[in-house]
Design a protein. Structure first.
Length: 154
């Protein structure tokens, strides 16, 4: 029989869900990022209580798996406090770049779990963050689609 006609397990039959992969990198977080992790843990704990009350075995398994991940991320979180300006891009910095065509880009360098590229928050282990960290204002950095000048570091 073709695999196309076999029902995939939803975890209710006792199948274990695969664990969420914990990054091998240090778990650097901004103070806001730590708060987001704490909120996620609290939300999952509430969800677990509700799933247990409803005897929803599939939800219990998924929430327990997610809770293991987020509890570990909270346990290993290393808060990097914002310090005085050093003139160099570092973890937590907000960087404004200008490309040769005049387009401006703005990124904040944050922890992996806080990253949201669509909203300008990039992980410190991302390729662009690695290019920016240690750079100073007025430096030109190579991007995938050309070069950009660092206009401002906040």
């Amino acid at each position: 029989m073709s695999r196309a006609f076999i029902k995939e397990s939803d975890g209710e039959e006792g199948d274990e869900l695969p664990e969420l992969r914990v990054s091998p990198h240090r778990n650097l977080v901004t103070p806001v990022g730590k708060g987001l992790i704490e909120t996620t843990v609290e939300r999952l704990q509430s969800g677990l209580t509700e799933a247990r009350a409803a005897a929803d075995r599939a939800a219990i398994k998924q929430i327990q798996r997610d809770l293991r991940y987020w509890t570990e991320r909270l346990r290993t979180a290393e808060v990097v406090a914002t310090s005085r300006a050093t003139g160099k891009v570092r973890f937590g910095s907000t960087v404004t770049l200008e490309k040769r065509d005049g387009q401006r880009l703005k990124y904040q360098i944050v922890g992996e779990d806080e990253a949201d590229p669509a909203n300008g928050k990039i992980s410190f282990v991302s390729p662009i963050a690695k290019l920016l960290i240690g750079s100073a204002a007025s430096e030109v950095v190579p991007l995938a689609d050309g070069e950009a000048e660092i206009l401002e570091i906040g």
